[in-house]
Design a protein around this ligand. Structure first.
Ligand code: HEC
Ligand code: HEC
Length: 374
């Protein structure tokens, strides 16, 4: 009897020791071989098995073809162009999912048929409120480093954050956009392919859109073809070209020649002081910048009416009339507005020729390019 007790006692001790030892050996982790984070030394399944962690996706580089006469495009190192990124950016650009009530996309105010600008003088946001500036055309912005009429953004990525949360534009919040996109299996897959990411955040959204915007290149106007010696301009267009590029019209000093952009800010004598909109001065806080605005590209100008930061001119005739009049004096008016008070004194024929030249900057391939359409 005593013997049996001893044996039982020894057995109990053994079981106790063994269980202690087992406890001691427990390594928690995922024990399922089919999971991505299977841990071969784990002895205890702790529920951490992960079956859908990112399977790295090989992105395809997107090659931007730099047009003749243009410098290399300044693409941020952390946002290289990929076929998947551009495709996703195009989808996002056209998708009202980014707006607070799901009704307004970037393309609602930046329409391809209007060269990615708004034919309305002021765009209307989701709350029916209008701003006080005309939506800029989005053309060849890959070669620009200041965005919006007042230069308030310095990269396309930075610019993209703004319209989504602007109360008079898409009036959304970024956390809300992130939630909605993360709940969308299709978008989750597209973001995974573009950025090898499992969790979509606002940075990925603006990066994809910026990639798409960098593909919006226009270099197939009659003027481009003329420069490439593929065609001859009409006598009227040629005459306008001379006016534009000579002291007579003096447009080229600000609007540039071949690239048709100067990446700079000027006061082109639209208004007397005080200005309704201080433009660049609103961003820099400098009185010497009041009334200065970014010189817009004149490419596709025929399609992007109305004109100027506030869309005050409905037609190119009105624009030419403004320059022909010499404009208004103000303390920040640009010295390149040389005919202030005198006017350019163009004849009617010269005005027509200048407009004919401006229309030679129209690139119908650009506004009809199916690559830009969803
Ligand atoms: C409700 C209309 C509206 C919507 C929606 C909108 N924009 Fe704009 N966009 C504007 C206006 C107006 C401006 C000019 C703003 C300024 O200068 O203050 C502008 C300016 C821009 C510019 C600057 C272009 C340049 O030449 O400097 C870019 C780029 C741009 N928008 C991209 C976008 C993107 C991307 C979206 C979507 C995420 C978007 N916009 C949504 C109206 C809109
Ligand atoms: C001193 C620099 C300067 C000169 C010279 C100049 N421009 Fe401009 N131009 C600008 C600026 C800056 C704007 C935008 C101003 C604004 O919106 O307030 C502009 C706007 C325009 C627009 C409207 C663009 C748009 O997208 O709304 C047209 C068209 C235009 N200019 C044509 C011309 C022509 C034609 C000439 C020559 C007769 C000329 N410009 C001379 C600086 C200049």
């Amino acid at each position: 009897m005593i013997k049996l007790n001893k044996v039982l006692y020894a057995l109990c001790c053994l079981i106790f020791l063994l269980s202690c030892k087992k406890d001691f050996l427990i390594i928690q982790g995922c024990t399922d071989k089919s999971a991505l984070n299977y841990n071969s030394s784990a002895t205890y399944e702790d529920g951490s098995c992960d079956y859908d962690t990112l399977i790295p996706y090989q992105t395809t580089p997107y090659m931007i073809i730099i047009p003749e006469g243009f410098p290399d495009m300044d693409i941020p190192e952390n946002n290289p162009m990929t076929v998947e990124g551009v495709e996703l950016g195009k989808k996002l650009f056209h998708d009202p999912i980014l707006s607070g009530d799901g009704t307004l996309s970037c393309a609602s105010c930046h329409m391809q048929s209007s060269s990615f600008s708004d034919p309305n003088r002021f765009s209307t946001g989701i709350n029916g409120i209008q701003g006080s500036r005309n939506a800029s055309a989005i053309i060849n912005l890959g070669w620009t480093n200041s965005f919006n009429w007042d230069g308030s953004a310095s990269t396309l990525e930075e610019q993209g954050f703004e319209p989504v949360i602007n109360p008079i534009e898409m009036n959304n919040t970024w956390p809300n956009v992130e939630n909605v996109l993360n709940a969308d299996t299709n978008y989750k897959e597209l973001f995974r392919r573009a950025f090898n990411t499992q969790k979509i955040d606002s940075t990925h959204v603006v990066m994809a859109i910026a990639q798409f915007e960098r593909t919006l290149i226009s270099v197939n106007s009659r003027y481009d073809k003329y420069l490439r010696q593929e065609l001859q301009l009409t006598p009227s267009e040629l005459n306008g070209y001379v006016i534009f590029n000579s002291e007579q019209g003096d447009c080229f000093h600000c609007h540039g020649t071949n690239k048709l952009m100067d990446n700079s800010f000027h006061n082109n004598a639209l208004d007397l002081e005080p200005f309704l909109d201080n433009g660049l001065g609103q961003v820099t806080g400098l009185a010497s910048d009041y009334g200065k605005f970014k010189t817009p590209t004149l490419r596709n100008i025929e399609f992007s009416a109305p004109y100027m930061h506030d869309g005050r001119f409905a037609t190119l005739e009105e624009v030419v009339e403004h320059y022909n009049s010499g404009g208004e004096y103000s303390s920040t008016v640009d010295p390149l507005m040389k005919k202030l008070g005198v006017g350019l004194q163009l004849t009617n024929q010269q005005k027509e020729d200048l407009i004919a030249f401006l229309k030679a900057l129209s690139d119908t391939d650009f506004i009809n390019n199916p690559d830009f359409t969803p």
